[in-house]
Structures are given as C-alpha cells and as structure tokens.
Design a protein. Structure first.
Ligand SMILES: *Cc1c(COP(=O)(O)O)cnc(C)c1O
Length: 405
C-alpha cells in the first residue's frame, strides 16, 4: 500500500488515536484531509492576468514566488507561533546568509526604511518609541545626496526627520551637527552622486553616524545580498518581492545588532509605535526566508543564460523588420537583468508607443511591456514563465508587421 493510501485509510477510522496508538503524528492525519476545491479567483472576479515582460514593478504585483515559497506559506498556515520567536529564528538565518550581525523581516523595503530610521532615532528607549513622529529629545536630520533625494525619502520623513541635502564630502563635513541622526544612500542613484558608497560609509564611521542603504530592487548580482553589510553600512534595506521572488509585501532590514533590536521595538507585534501598521504574518516571514535561501542557492550563471536566451528569442523575431531597431543592455545598478530595448521609425512603423502597448495588453494572452521614449518599449525576461518568450516574440512580430507600411 502506498503511503498516501495508508494515510487516507487511517483517516476514516472512527477514532484514529485509539486504533493506531499515539505514535502517528497529528499532522499525518491532518494531511489526509483533501484540499478544498480550487477556485480560479482571477476568473471568478474578472481580474486580468498577463504575461509580465516588463519587470518587477510594484503595480504589476512584483515577481512570482517559487513553489518552495508558496509551500512555505501554505505549510505554516495551520499552526500558531509567537511572531517574535518567528522573527528571532528567521532573522538569525537571514543574518547568516547575508553576513550581517542581525536581520528582521519587514513589510517591504519601504517599511525597512521607516523602521530602521525609527530604530536609529529611538534606540531602546520605549518612551521615545511612543513619541515618534514627534522628535522631542531625539536627533532630527538625515543627510542625503542631492541626486539620491527621490520620492523614497518619504519613508524616512515618516519618522519626523528632516532631509538635509549634500553634494560633496565637504558638504557632509559641514552639515554634520548634534542633530544629525543618520546618513542615507540610495544604491541605484550611486553612479549619479559625487560621493561613492564606500566614501559614504567612511564618512559615517569618521563621525560616528549610522549609515543606511536602500538597495530595494538591487538583489542582482547575488553578491549584493552581503556586499553592503561587508562594506560597513549599519543598515541595509531590500525588497522581498522584487528580484528575490519572496512575498511582495515582505522585505528585509539587516545590519547592526543594536539597531535591528531598536527597529523591532518600533515594529509589530508591539503597538503604540509608528510601525504598528507594518505587520508581516508568520507565513510571509517564513516565506521570505525560504525565498532568500533559494535565491542565494540559485545557479546565477545558468539563470543569467536563461534570461539572455529568452531575450534572444524575442529579439530575433523582430530585429529584421524594416524600421525596427533592437539593442540589449543591462542596467548599471537596479534591476540588473538583460533588457531588450526596441524602438521604431514611425515613418515605417505606423503606431504610437501607447497604441502598441494597448494592442499587446488587449491581445490574447495579455502582455505587459515597459514604455520607453516616443517610439520605444523595453522588455525584460526575468518575470517570464518558461516558454512565454515564444508567445511574446510572436505577438511582437504580429503587431510590428501589422503596423508596417
Ligand atoms: C521598490 C522600492 C522601494 C519600496 O520597496 P517595497 O518592497 O515595495 O516596500 C524602496 N526603494 C526603492 C529604491 C525601490 O525600488
């Protein structure tokens, strides 16, 4: 008798415990319960699903979780556990994987930015935790390079701090005063700023000011997962649901032990703090761990080749069409994955970028690509399921040929 049949038969015994003794683990009996009928909620609610040839965009639901991660979510949903204990155990594993002193799972990278900053401001003082975003008795300024001062700083100003813009190392030296709480670095803006990541860390260390880096969408290359911890950043923030393919509403805050502990004081399950709304359930905390482990253990050379091969299939389908130009590039910092840039001469291919995107979107299956300049689109392959590159290639060719004069 196969194991599954054995379990199925056991489950029909009137009182399983009495008949088989107490040796059979409870879970085995639970496992015999047939799964509930599958519902196609997308269909039921009329939600459009699509092939994502664009990228790990938040609005497009980020990335798809691997089976192992979905298994982690499902398999941990049947038991209770203390959130702090789940965070302790998962945090220790993540810290080890990423060469950090400590780590905690947050509700996305944004929440890592808020909680990390809050921890810097409050330390382990629970009275201060209760005060935020009022900064009485706390430091109140965060240094940011002018070219890094994007919309993401709103995560920092949530805590009540004020952004102080700097451009050069001399500016930093001048700007630092008794109110300076932290120095923040936006990794993708690194090449645009005058101060490099290493110099930023050195300046922070020189003045004993904690440094934080936002590397939300920069999980690739995989070495980034420990590079900034080793470089000496005190806090490192990353998205769970972009390149790592964890739960989209999870992220990681890692770094110095005392700062992670302070960040957690500002976070659920504790209340009366600014982080109370940034809850992560135990399934997602554990799912984040499994996703990170899988991501780090992936054969990244092989993975890169798969991404390139898919790009080649799509490029080859259209590059000979009169008026169409293709190039393949890799973004320098964020979203590092082969990217197919397609542009066209509008005198030869009579379609606007918006129309072209709309035709792909309305086609069957629906396809999303990135918008580029006037007559240009962008495509990545890391969110494609195996074989979807052929579908995208076909649809691109169809639409370009149709629009050709
Ligand atoms: C996506 C992103 C965030 C927010 O991350 P979430 O995981 O969606 O909370 C923050 N910073 C940058 C640079 C990002 O790209």
């Amino acid at each position: 008798m196969k194991r599954r049949d054995a379990i199925r038969n056991l489950s029909v015994l009137p009182i399983a415990g009495a008949a088989i003794g107490s040796v059979l683990p409870f879970e085995s009996i639970m496992a015999s319960t047939p799964p509930p009928p599958k519902r196609n909620l997308f269909k039921e609610l009329g939600i459009r699903t699509f092939i994502n040839a664009a990228g790990t965009f938040t609005a497009m639901s980020g990335s798809l979780m691997h089976e192992e991660v979905l298994d982690a979510l499902r398999s941990t949903g049947h038991e209770f556990a203390m959130i702090d204990e789940v965070q302790d155990k998962v945090g220790a594993k993540i810290a080890e994987l990423c060469h950090a002193e400590a780590a905690t799972v947050t509700a996305g990278c944004w929440s890592a930015l808020v909680l990390g900053t809050a921890g810097v401001l409050t330390g382990m003082d629970v009275k201060k935790v209760g005060l935020l975003p009022q900064l009485d008795g706390m430091k109140s300024e965060v240094l940011v390079q002018k070219t890094h001062n994007s919309g993401y700083v709103h995560a920092l100003t949530n805590t009540g701090i004020r952004i102080v813009e700097v451009e050069t190392s001399e500016d930093v030296e001048k700007a630092i005063n008794e109110k300076t709480a932290m120095m923040w670095f936006l990794n993708y803006a690194g090449p645009d700023g005058k101060i490099s990541d290493k110099e930023w860390v050195a300046l922070g260390k020189k003045h004993n000011i904690p440094t934080m880096i936002d590397m939300a969408a920069d999980a690739t290359p995989v070495e980034n997962m420990w590079k900034f911890n080793e470089m000496g950043f005190d806090l490192v923030c990353v998205s769970g649901g972009k390149g790592i393919r964890g739960p989209q509403s999870a992220g990681i805050l890692m770094g110095k032990k005392d700062l992670i502990a302070a960040a957690r004081l500002n976070a659920p399950p504790r209340g009366g703090n600014i982080g109370r709304g940034m809850k992560v359930n135990k399934e997602e905390i554990l799912g984040m761990y499994v996703a990170l482990e899988k991501f780090i253990n992936t054969d990244h050379v092989k993975q890169w080749k798969i991404w390139e091969d898919r790009i080649a299939v799509m490029e080859n389908a259209i590059k000979k069409i009169n008026g169409v130009t293709t190039t393949v590039t890799v973004p320098p910092v964020a979203n590092r994955t082969p990217t197919l840039n397609i542009s066209w001469d509008n005198s030869k291919v009579k379609v606007t970028r918006e129309e072209f995107q709309e035709r792909l979107r309305k086609g069957n299956p629906s396809i999303e690509v990135m918008g580029g300049k006037d007559f240009a689109i962008g495509i990545t392959s890391w969110n494609l399921q195996p074989g979807q590159e052929k579908v995208v290639a076909l649809r691109l060719k169809e639409e370009f040929v149709k629009a050709s004069v």
